[in-house]
Design a protein around this ligand. Structure first.
Ligand code: 4NP
Length: 149
């Protein structure tokens, strides 16, 4: 069993999409993964994914509506085999919380680019970009970790 945690700031926009896509791909490829997501802030604890994330996921056949935001916890550091952040701030925060080798989503297929915080975008376009980026990166990420296992 490979355990993977996706992390962003609020755990309402980007990492819920990552969790949804990873679960879908794992199911399609029959991979024995335990997958979750968390936020570096506890600001939105208990909240459902933001509406635009739910819509873009649903448009792509991924239901993320049952997810609830939860903060990153100290026990996550040891529990997960891979902890994947969406931007350089997440990576810095994870290191500060004791994660030795956090992985950056954009290191897979995007030369280390940040998955942009869609809070900073207006409208739906930012979410389409975020979805496309995470989907492409996820394919490469899964391929890479499967090579290792
Ligand atoms: P996320 O997006 O990190 O992709 O879930 C954000 C959600 C909320 C905030 C920032 C980013 N916020 O500052 O409340």
């Amino acid at each position: 069993m490979t355990k993977i945690l996706f992390v962003c700031l609020g755990n309402i926009c980007r990492s819920p999409i990552a969790e949804g896509i990873a679960k879908k791909m794992a199911k399609e490829q029959n991979l024995n993964y335990e997958i979750d997501s968390a936020g570096m802030s506890s600001f939105h604890k208990g909240a459902t994914p933001c509406e635009n994330s739910q819509i873009i996921a649903s448009n792509n056949g991924v239901d993320i509506s049952t997810q609830r935001s939860r903060p990153f916890m100290h026990k996550d550091v040891k529990y997960y085999d891979y902890i994947v952040g969406m931007d350089s701030m997440n990576i810095a925060d994870l290191k500060g919380r004791g994660v030795k080798n956090p992985i950056k989503m954009g290191d897979f297929g995007y030369d280390g680019e940040n998955v942009p915080d869609p809070y900073l975008y207006s409208g739906f376009l930012g979410f389409e970009k975020v979805y496309e980026m995470i989907e492409k990166s996820m394919k490469d990420f899964i391929e890479e970790i499967e090579k290792k296992s």
